[in-house]
Design a protein around this ligand. Structure first.
Ligand code: 5AD
Ligand code: SF4
Length: 485
């Protein structure tokens, strides 16, 4: 029996005439049963379905959390709406850079207007942004129409908060400073039937000096290997062919477990799952990427030929101030080792420009790494000051115009190398997983290569979720046009 079914049984068995149980997950199952009853009654009263919308900002972790939120809302009897004009609207927020915060506040303002025309509408804000007290204060004071605010550590209690929001007026706020446990078994609604993310760790212990994540996601906690493997098996039984293992620093997986298990060991076990065709992981930290892991990737063709290896900076001086624990040359040797050991691997990265104290000489170093490694793709970010992080207190903050000049320099270098990298694959035939009908031209479908690049091929929706053999006919910079062979 799958985990989800076990939870659904608990929901069925919940006795709403008795008080809510104290133990988990029974308690959340009880609240989900109660939410179902509320939704059913309202539907009957209003003679229409109740709708929900979940808007997600930020990383893969948040995308996965949103699938959990959607799972609970669907399970409670809501149906998905096509826009934010819905009965239950959730913003699952990100706070990694300031523009992410600003976007949420802008959207929230507009949601307030929608609420005026929709009696009974409820608005919830969750995720990383509300783990910061100042943001909660701002919502409390200036966005008084918000009904529910909850954080990252207590997401598993969403059924309980959902009931409170549905049954009461006024703002319900529940933010915890740390996680008390990892609760398995809550329902999850996957966005794609054929691929899924799976959390392997929550939180981060690295404290890179610019980064807010360790403060909002807390200390690193690993899920037990059996739980992960069971979830993967259940996903595969349910039609999933590609799984991405998710963690802020996947290499440090398992160090906190009673019986330690390395990431390389976990990955080896996941590879053994029959029917699972492709495995990805995100994100390794260069300081912890072991030879063992490289070997496991090399020897298991199921593991995608793609390593996202955040560089952040190519300057030793800046890397040290960022608290990254590697040097420029160490990073380059690691990337070269990966390229030598794993043929056809693509290496992508994250780069921050405009870190406090950064000069053009530091940017020269970053560009030097970009050229020497030859990244297949890179996300370049302008440094954003996050309150409470060590870098925010550094005196030598770089002026905005300087930062954007540096950004342009790095971006240009990245684009030049990435184009060259994609070009070399033209003419090859490779495996690609069909993901969706092309958004621009419905006669094509978009498929993903093992190295994470996209290829558009003539085809229709019936191919979605299938692993195809595709010839890469034409390179268009970061993506290809191809044909199924
Ligand atoms: N400013 C800019 N970029 C940041 N990142 C994390 N924190 C900041 C910040 N304060 C980037 C890093 C990380 C990616 C997810 O976001 O490059 O790898
Ligand atoms: Fe942030 Fe560094 Fe942890 Fe990544 S490894 S989440 S950049 S602190």
């Amino acid at each position: 029996m799958s985990i989800n079914n076990q939870f659904q049984d608990l929901v069925q068995q919940a006795d709403l005439n008795s008080p809510a149980p104290e133990t988990e997950p029974e308690r959340q199952a009880w609240f989900l049963a109660r939410a179902r009853r509320i939704v059913q009654n309202r539907r009957a009263q209003q003679d229409r379905a109740l709708t929900f919308r979940v808007e997600t900002f930020g990383c893969q972790m948040n995308a996965r959390d949103s699938e959990k939120i959607v799972g609970i809302l669907e399970s409670a009897g809501f149906t998905e709406a096509a826009s934010e004009d819905a009965d239950f609207l959730v913003y699952n927020t990100c706070t990694v850079r300031d523009n992410a915060d600003q976007r949420v506040f802008g959207r929230l303002g507009r949601a307030g207007h929608l609420k005026k025309n929709r009696p009974g509408m409820k608005i919830a804000v969750c995720g990383c942004m509300v783990q910061e007290r100042t943001n909660v204060e701002k919502i409390r004071k200036s966005y008084r129409f918000v009904d529910l605010v909850f954080g990252t550590h207590n997401l598993y209690r969403f059924p309980e908060y959902l009931c409170s929001a549905l049954e009461s007026e006024g703002m319900v706020i529940e933010i915890w400073d740390r996680a008390d446990r990892i609760v398995e078994a809550l329902p999850v609604a996957r966005k794609y039937p054929f691929k899924s993310g799976t959390n392997i760790t929550f939180g981060c212990n690295n404290f890179c000096s610019y980064c807010i994540v360790p403060y909002v996601r807390g200390r690193e906690r690993s899920r037990a290997p059996m739980e992960i493997l069971r979830e993967c098996q259940r996903l595969v039984a349910d039609g999933v062919v590609e799984i991405m293992l998710l963690g802020q620093n996947v290499n440090s997986y398992g160090k906190d477990l009673e019986t330690p298990c390395s990431f390389a060991q976990l990955l080896t076990e996941v590879c053994k799952i029959e029917g699972l065709q492709r495995i990805r992981f995100m994100t390794p930290h260069p300081k912890d990427l072991s030879d063992d892991l490289i070997r496991v990737v090399r020897d298991n063709p199921k593991i995608a030929r793609h390593i996202h290896l955040p560089l952040q900076s190519g300057s030793d001086r800046i890397l040290q101030r960022m608290n990254r624990h590697y040097t420029k040359e160490q990073y380059i040797s690691l990337a070269q080792k990966i390229r030598e050991q794993i043929p056809d691997v693509s290496i992508t990265t994250d780069i921050i420009v405009g870190f406090p104290g950064e000069t053009d000489a530091d940017i020269d170093d970053t560009i030097d790494v970009v050229r020497r490694v030859g990244f297949d793709n890179a996300f370049t970010f302008i440094y954003s000051k996050r309150a409470g992080t060590p870098a925010a207190k550094m005196p030598d903050q770089v002026p905005e115009e300087e930062k954007s000049r540096m950004f342009d320099r790095v971006l240009k270098a990245v684009q030049e190398t990435a184009h060259g990298r994609a070009e070399r694959l033209t003419g090859r035939t490779m495996e690609a997983l069909a993901e969706e009908v092309n958004v621009r031209d419905g006669r094509y479908i978009t498929a993903r290569l093992s190295n994470n690049m996209l290829v558009h091929v003539p085809g229709d929706a019936s191919l979605i979720g299938k692993m195809l053999q595709v010839r890469l006919d034409e390179c268009r910079g970061f993506y290809f046009f191809g044909t199924i062979v």
